[in-house]
Design a protein around this ligand. Structure first.
Ligand code: NAP
Length: 449
């Protein structure tokens, strides 16, 4: 391994010792950049990697709000403005009790590469709070969002930093955040947030875009392997926005979805999760029911409390983790290999640990990395920004066509970057290399900042 890369990783470990998720993603990405660094001594000279792993800015703030009983509650808010070399910071907000600086920084770092891969002019950022939306009333969610935006508004803007949704933040939360931003600014600037409702500048297909994009990416991967989705059985995790979109598109393209999951366990439905069952996920997500509610509604489904589906689903062809980080560890990877499953497609951010990735790839499993597979969400967010700035709205078929083209380019660029460095069809490394080249060239050209 190049000594410069090892040195940067060592520094990150020392300076971020309490943030294991951030260290994990930095190690995975930087190690795959070795062939690029070997060919570009000027990047070492300019300390591009040392600058890439240090956020341009990390904002932490207090969020105090009143619950329904009139009690004062206090949460912590974050926004990391990681890298603006190729455009304004762009990335979602996550409201979940597991959120802390290490989660926000890992997500922000991944976002820099993901956004570069889309080919669009968007830099990387991420934010959120340890606020737990589960069990909160609509009024509490609204007051929390207003309190959160009361600090965040001074740091964002349509050409500065454009947040969107992520876990726990859907169009309802984006609506409350946008309303408060508008009130504080005294001006209707809807390019400041994406994932909005259609009535005030949202884009068609944005809710479906991450899941749809992931399945478009999968289509290209399967095509490269000489096969297709038709007749394949797919196991998904999660039951939120991304899982819903992926399930819709898999069904449209002739695949069969047999699992979903939540924090409470997983569901196996041998009859397939299609039609009204997919629509039911929307209601479950809105009410944070967990997946037990699915088994109560559809008696054909089996509920496995406290378990995950990895390595356990009968006759499965493809595993697609869509819920959260570190869903697949070495133990699950071993079970997947033992089953002889050929495809693991990362959809949620960093769903596999580095050990799991190494094990799966060493055993011939074809993998695709989340930063490429889930980039359709941010790509349609960027299309939402252009629609807002031009004051027009595209029809759904136009947006979907653009999304499909972007996902094809992301797949092809990742595959070509890996090929260029003699790595074969290694999309994991190829996505990092392709994203890196764009950001590194821009950082180098802009001088020492
Ligand atoms: P979501 O609608 O809030 O759904 C999240 C799902 O993950 C839920 O099913 C939730 O189940 C489960 N989950 C969350 N934290 C969990 C944990 N610690 N343990 C077990 N299950 C957990 O969020 P989403 O928008 O679908 O996002 C899912 C993933 O995709 C995330 O990694 C996100 O960063 C990534 N992503 C999303 C977008 C987007 O456009 N939304 C774009 C790019 C990437 P419970 O409620 O039962 O916990």
């Amino acid at each position: 391994m190049h000594t410069y890369i090892e040195q940067v990783i060592e520094d990150v470990k020392q300076q971020n010792a309490a943030e294991p998720e951030f260290i994990q993603t930095v190690e995975e990405v930087l190690r795959s950049l070795e062939p690029a660094i070997a060919q570009h001594p000027e990047y070492v000279e300019a300390d591009i990697l040392g600058r890439l792993v240090e956020p341009e800015r990390m904002i932490t703030f207090r969020v105090s709000w009143l619950d329904d009983r009139g009690r004062v509650r206090t949460s912590r808010g974050y926004r990391v403005q990681f890298n603006s070399a190729i455009g304004p910071y762009k990335g979602g907000l996550r409201f979940h009790p597991t959120v802390y600086s290490g989660i926000i920084k890992f997500l922000g770092f991944e976002q820099v590469f993901k956004n570069a891969l889309t080919g669009l002019s968007i830099g990387g950022g991420k934010g959120g709070s340890n606020f737990d939306p589960r069990g909160k009333s609509d009024g509490e969610i609204m007051r929390f969002c207003q309190a959160f935006m009361t600090e965040l508004y001074r740091h964002i803007g349509s050409s500065v930093d454009v947040p969107a949704g992520d876990i726990g933040v859907g169009s309802r939360e984006i609506g409350y955040l946008f309303g408060q931003y508008k009130r504080l600014r005294g001006s209707f600037e809807n390019g400041v947030l994406t994932g909005k409702s259609l009535e005030y500048g949202g884009s068609q297909v944005r809710p479906e875009s991450t899941g749809y994009g992931a399945v478009y990416f999968l289509q290209h991967l399967l095509q490269h392997e000489g096969t297709s989705l038709e007749g394949k059985t797919v196991a998904l995790s999660g039951y939120g926005n991304v899982t819903w979109g992926a399930a819709l598109k898999i069904n449209q393209l002739g695949g069969k979805v047999v699992t979903i999951s939540g924090s409470d366990g997983y569901i196996y439905d041998a009859d397939g999760i299609s039609g009204e069952k997919v629509e039911y996920l929307l209601w479950m997500r809105e009410h944070n029911t967990g997946v037990k509610a699915y088994a109560e509604c559809y008696p054909s489904a089996q509920f496995y409390p406290g378990e995950t589906p990895w390595g356990k689903v009968p006759d499965v062809d493809i595993y697609m983790p869509c819920a959260t980080q570190n869903e697949i560890t070495l133990n699950e990877a071993i079970a997947i290999v033992r089953q002889g499953v050929r495809y693991v497609i990362e959809v949620s951010n960093m769903p596999c640990t580095n050990e799991a990735i190494d094990y799966l790839m060493q055993h011939g499993v074809v993998m695709a990395p989340s930063k490429a597979v889930n980039a359709g969400g941010v790509a349609v967010s960027a299309l939402e920004m252009s629609q807002n700035s031009q004051g027009y709205a595209w029809e759904a078929d136009v947006v979907e066509e653009k999304l499909a083209e972007i996902m094809k380019d992301i797949h092809d660029n990742a595959a070509a970057a890996a090929e260029e460095y003699g790595l074969g069809y290694n999309l994991m490394a190829g996505a990092n290399l392709a994203g890196f080249h764009r950001v590194a060239r821009a950082m180098y050209g802009q001088g020492v900042l």
